[in-house]
Design a protein around this ligand. Structure first.
Ligand SMILES: N[C@@H](CCC(=O)NCCCC(=O)O)C(=O)O
Length: 262
């Protein structure tokens, strides 16, 4: 038995940069932090998203998992195309710099990753994929945005189905091949990054979830990487499918923590 004390797995959440009055703050949405604690049963720790990024390898080496959160800001399009950004597009270059540097490092270290909405888009870009800047303006696609005038519970209510890939991670968690999900995004996948495997598709054909089956450091097991375009963190304990996603992520983090201690 190890002489080191067992501790709950530590999950890092890279922050957004938000202005409060004249001062920039580094913040993460409380619902994501709570979902790590309550849904995954892990300890959340915020990773400051600065530009240029802090020494990320040193931070990641002390962690057992990463949660990439959603955000109202959009990835600067120069990271995935030569299209200009549209006027008024809200960006967070410090978060882009941190997360696009952190993703390959986390994968190299074999850390479990759960990515939500903007985080889902970030991993796709980190793997060489492309995004639509406005899905609702692309012929054939639905409008995947929320109505900001509705109460939050209505904005985060399930609004469309996704078809789950047979034999996939999500189909295993859901125990079925179709689920209804919430939808609060203007951007979406135009081309899936190299090496990512589709896990869920919306009725208009938009990819809404994927996984990555890369090998871990020892080459024997595969690290958990699941990314979803919707918001499983919302009232995570009230939705068995969403809780299942966080539990699966937490289990992967616990396995990772046990390897570190053992
Ligand atoms: N800005 C991107 C990503 C959408 C996203 O992450 N929304 C989350 C909103 C706030 C939250 O619930 O954390 C897009 O519009 O596609």
């Amino acid at each position: 038995m190890s002489s080191r004390t067992a501790r709950p797995p530590l999950v890092g959440l890279p922050t957004d940069r938000k202005m409060i009055g004249p001062h920039p703050f580094l913040a993460a949405g409380e619902k994501y932090v709570r979902a790590v604690l309550d849904g995954a049963d892990c300890l959340p720790l915020l990773i400051p998203g600065l530009q240029p990024p802090i020494a990320l390898r040193a931070v990641l080496e002390g962690l057992d998992g990463i949660l990439l959160t959603g955000a109202v800001s959009n990835i600067e399009p120069h990271h995935y195309s030569d299209e200009p950004s549209y006027p008024g597009n809200l960006h967070d270059p410090a978060r882009d710099a941190t997360n696009l540097a952190l993703i390959p490092l986390a994968i190299e270290l074999g850390l479990p990753i759960l990515a939500i909405c903007r985080g889902f888009q970030e991993i796709n870009v980190a793997f060489g994929g492309r995004l639509h800047q406005k899905v609702h303006e692309v012929a054939g696609f639905m409008d995947h945005r929320e109505n900001p005038d509705e109460p939050l519970d209505a904005q985060y209510a399930p609004v469309h189905e996704v078809q789950l890939a047979p034999g996939g991670l999500l189909a295993g968690i859901a125990g079925t091949d179709r689920v209804r999900v919430n939808s609060l995004h203007g951007q979406g996948i135009a081309r899936l990054g190299e090496g990512l495997t589709v896990e869920a598709i919306a009725p208009d054909g938009l990819i809404e979830a994927y996984r990555h089956d890369g090998p871990t450091q020892d080459g024997s097991t595969r690290a958990f990487l699941l990314a979803v375009q919707w918001h499983p963190e919302w009232r995570v304990l009230e939705n068995p499918f969403h809780h299942g996603i966080f539990r699966a992520f937490g289990d992967a983090c616990r396995q990772r923590a046990a390897q570190r201690i053992g």
